[in-house]
Design a protein around this ligand. Structure first.
Ligand code: PFF
Ligand code: NA
Length: 459
């Protein structure tokens, strides 16, 4: 379906629903699912946090994803121009274009540290392939990881390589090939995660992991944990920074925005939960600390790879697929900045990519140093909310917990309160009941949820 669609014919390769799903899934599924979800779940005590996160996906994430895709398809251009067209055509306040600006700032800040973690994954490809995990203990695997973190030069080399991978694709504007590869590599990642879960079921403490992940203990839930769950819903679905708007502009008119958004969200959530089910049985079987922090997957999975048959091969494959997932997400973070430089500053694509990519790369060095030389530097430590937060922690907090929910809040208010219901229904063609459910959620539930969580954390 959609092959002869007018929009897609004019705007390139985006000829079907599948192509949108591939690109949007490529952006959504990444380090957020496999690296971040397990470690913040561990830090926040498990079940209750997972429940709030799932609730945020359903009540905040999916409605906002639909709204972003809708704006993109209705505008039919890059996010900044789509927002301009819609504010003009629907006579809205031009300030709504701020959503695009928040997106560009957030993308820039996220990519700077995302690339550093992408570098960890790259370095683990080599470590697995050379068989260094075989037969290791929790201590020695931990030592390999701390060895990496303590070495700024090695971290810089991997960060540079990851950023170069992202910049190469963006500069050449050749996303379509990579997105087609998503159709093969994402299912492979999924299957490999299933293998890991299978291994964890037989050799790890699987039932301890199940109850950790799915038995809510609300005494462990803090207000900052709720903010983190909300922020992570935005981060993991690539929301609040106009990425889904950009992809929506390529979606043919006859494709259901609702179904496409739900499909992407379900796949993203599925990958995160599988990652949790693969990692926590290993955590409990080896007496590790669930709240070990950002190193969690790098200190647990290698243990499993070191013990299972053909572990070096599985391990190498796993980290290759993780790099790939991070790569497609990294591209979706850089792309809007480059488009913005092209459109607003009149730079050509190569130059925009160099300017944006190198600035991001430079900022990434601050995150690298905060893992070693600056590990005790807390730039905003005088404020209680930021006590003990390094540069890396601050960038993560500011983007995921503040900028993305803020961007999402603006989208929800703009679409829910200011766009004509008729225009919205024309895009969605839902039944009256489903439309009302979506519209009221966006109009009331989403903004109230975001504002209440903000209020409790920032007051
Ligand atoms: N969704 C990506 C992940 O879960 O790894 C990260 C991300 C990509 C966030 C693109 C925001 C974005 F615009
Ligand atoms: Na994700």
């Amino acid at each position: 379906t959609g092959l002869q669609d007018n929009t897609s014919a004019k705007r390139g390769f985006w000829s079907s629903r599948l192509a949108f799903i591939l690109a949007a899934t490529g952006s959504a599924v990444g380090l957020g699912n496999i690296w971040k979800f397990p470690y913040i779940t561990g830090e926040n005590g498990g079940g209750a946090f997972v429940l709030v996160y799932l609730l945020c996906i359903a009540v905040v994430g999916i409605p906002i994803m639909m709204a972003e895709v809708l704006i993109g398809r209705r505008g039919g251009h890059s996010p900044v121009n789509s927002l301009r067209l819609i504010t003009e055509r629907d006579r809205l306040n031009p300030l709504w274009k701020l959503v695009g600006a928040i997106g560009i700032l957030a993308g820039f800040l996220i990519l700077s540290f995302y690339s550093v973690i992408g570098g960890w994954a790259l370095s683990y490809v080599g470590t697995s392939a050379s068989g260094q995990f075989t037969g290791q203990t929790a201590e020695t695997v931990g030592a390999i990881f701390s060895g990496l973190l303590s070495d700024p030069v090695t971290l810089l080399a991997w960060h540079s390589l990851f950023m170069a991978l992202v910049m190469t694709v963006v500069a050449r504007g050749v996303r379509s090939g990579l997105e087609r590869a998503t159709g093969i590599l994402m299912p492979s990642l999924f299957i490999l995660l299933l293998v890991m879960v299978g291994y964890a079921m037989t050799s790890g403490h699987f039932s301890a992991a199940l109850s950790f992940l799915f038995q809510p203990d609300f005494s462990k839930l803090t207000t900052s944990g709720v903010l983190e769950a909300l922020g992570h819903a935005f981060f993991t679905l690539s929301l609040g920074m106009a990425v889904m708007m950009a992809y929506g502009s390529y979606l043919p008119k006859n494709v259901s925005i609702t179904r496409a958004s739900i499909t992407v969200s379900v796949m993203d959530t599925g990958v995160a939960l599988l990652a949790g089910l693969a990692i926590f049985p290993i955590v409990f079987a080896n007496g590790l600390e669930p709240g070990a922090g950002p190193g969690l997957i790098f200190q647990t999975l290698p243990l499993a790879f070191g013990q299972m048959p053909m572990g070096s091969i599985f391990g190498t494959l796993f980290f290759v697929l993780l790099v790939f997932a991070a790569w497609t997400s990294g591209i979706s973070l850089l792309e809007p900045i480059v488009e913005w430089l092209e459109e607003q500053k009149g730079m050509n694509r190569t130059l925009s990519t160099l300017v944006a990519g190198l600035t991001c790369w430079l900022l990434g060095i601050a995150s690298i140093l905060s893992l070693n030389l600056w590990a005790d530097v807390a730039p905003l430590g005088m404020f209680a909310a930021f006590e003990g937060k390094t540069v890396f922690d601050l960038l993560d907090y500011l983007t995921a917990n503040i900028l993305l929910p803020l961007g999402g809040l603006l989208v929800a208010v703009m679409v829910g309160w200011f766009m004509s219901k008729q225009a919205l229904q024309n895009e969605l063609s839902l039944s009256a009941g489903s439309f009302r459910l979506w519209h009221n959620t966006l109009k009331f539930v989403t903004p109230i949820a975001v504002l209440v969580v903000f209020f409790y954390n920032l007051s």
